[in-house]
Write a protein that binds this ligand. Structure first.
Ligand code: ZN
Ligand code: ZN
Length: 352
């Protein structure tokens, strides 16, 4: 089958002889329809392949929607061959203390993204496999492009849950890309007052189309303006979704006394934080990575019920065929920022 792999730093391309995933016990084979291109994938483009892979190339992709084609499981499942599904795209050991208490994303053995699955591959491909217990059925007739957003929505569900945010509270998000935008949209859905700091005009226009208030750090003093907008108060929760030093500074200074500062943005750099301010403000700082199964389940429910469809439908701006994955990948990294979520259509016509 065809897949799109990463071979090294700034080295990605199609592979035509990817072996079909081999099902182990309690695993499910999925024929992929759409897979979203994630910022974490394009991040690897710049940093090179993950250490976990042992230096070997691998197929990227983890934001999938597809159809069940084979099930290797004795227990009864809430889906059958032919059903549309999405799935939590990582493997965890299932037996360590963290896994057993439902905190799979901090599996003691380290989580293994599906891209590095044993005899499997990521979802920029025609087929992939996942553990049966983390595959979730989608309702018939669902908009499959919206369903492809279940994974980034699960990130928002998890991050907001971990923040302890409550309806009526206020949020400032720094960085209005897919994850920042997804958290903002989910906050809006929950009845939370939300504002986003974002410098890119195209992204600002996108956030405005969701009805979200924005401020531009290149043009205005975001803290002052956002505080004014928030009735003169600092924010209950801030989400750092960009990874830049200026963004950490902004969130630190926008968080109220006793508030919570969420580390969401991916960075491999050391960042500075004025610790004295954290102490005096008695701030809570929380780091997040991926999500737990319960969050994926919740995101699937929201998608299945169509609760956020109006916003979610605006996130998908581009769809490329799998064979054109390279251009899709470049589009996803376009600094102009006219794209929001770029999807790959992984259904390959082998007859042409
Ligand atoms: Zn992702
Ligand atoms: Zn574990």
């Amino acid at each position: 089958m065809i897949g799109f792999e990463i071979r090294g730093k700034e080295d990605v391309g199609l592979r035509y002889d990817v072996p079909m995933p081999k099902l182990h016990m309690n695993e499910v084979l999925i024929k992929i329809k759409y897979c979203g291109i994630c910022g974490s994938d394009t991040h690897q483009y710049h940093t090179g392949i993950q250490l976990q892979s042992g230096g070997k190339p691998y197929i990227l992709g983890h934001e999938l929607v597809g159809q069940v084609v084979e099930i290797n499981c004795d227990s009864e499942l809430p889906y059958k061959v032919g059903d549309w599904v999405t799935g939590r795209p990582y493997f965890s050991c299932g037996i360590c203390d963290n896994c057993r208490t439902g905190h799979e994303s901090i599996c003691e053995g380290g989580i293994k993204l599906m891209t590095l699955a044993d005899e499997g591959n990521g979802a920029y491909a025609e087929y992939c496999k996942l553990p049966a217990k983390v595959v979730f059925p989608l309702r018939e007739g669902i908009d499959l492009k919206i369903a492809a957003l279940t994974e980034p929505l699960a990130v928002a569900v998890y991050d907001v849950r971990r923040s302890g945010l409550e309806p009526g509270q206020s949020v400032l998000i720094s960085g209005g890309g897919v994850i920042g935008g997804m958290i903002a949209s989910y906050c809006k859905f929950l009845g939370v007052k939300v504002v986003v700091s974002e410098p890119n005009e195209n992204r600002i226009a996108f956030l405005k189309s969701l009805g979200i208030q924005t401020f531009n750090p290149m043009k205005e003093n975001v803290i002052e303006e956002a505080k004014k907008w928030n009735g003169g108060k600092l924010f209950d929760v801030t989400f750092e979704c960009c990874g830049a030093q200026a963004s950490y500074d902004l969130c630190l200074n926008a968080t109220r006394r006793g508030g919570t500062f969420m580390f969401v943005g991916v960075t491999t750099q050391n960042r500075e934080l004025y610790v004295r301010h954290v102490l005096v403000y008695q701030m809570t700082i929380i780091g997040v990575n991926m999500y737990e199964t319960r969050d994926y389940y919740r995101a699937t429910q929201i998608v299945n019920e169509g609760l956020m469809d109006e916003d979610l439908s605006k996130f998908v701006t581009h769809v490329y065929p799998l064979e054109d994955a390279y251009n899709a990948f470049m589009k996803a990294m376009d600094p102009e920022g006219k794209q929001v979520k770029v999807l790959l259509d992984c259904e390959v016509n082998h007859d042409k």
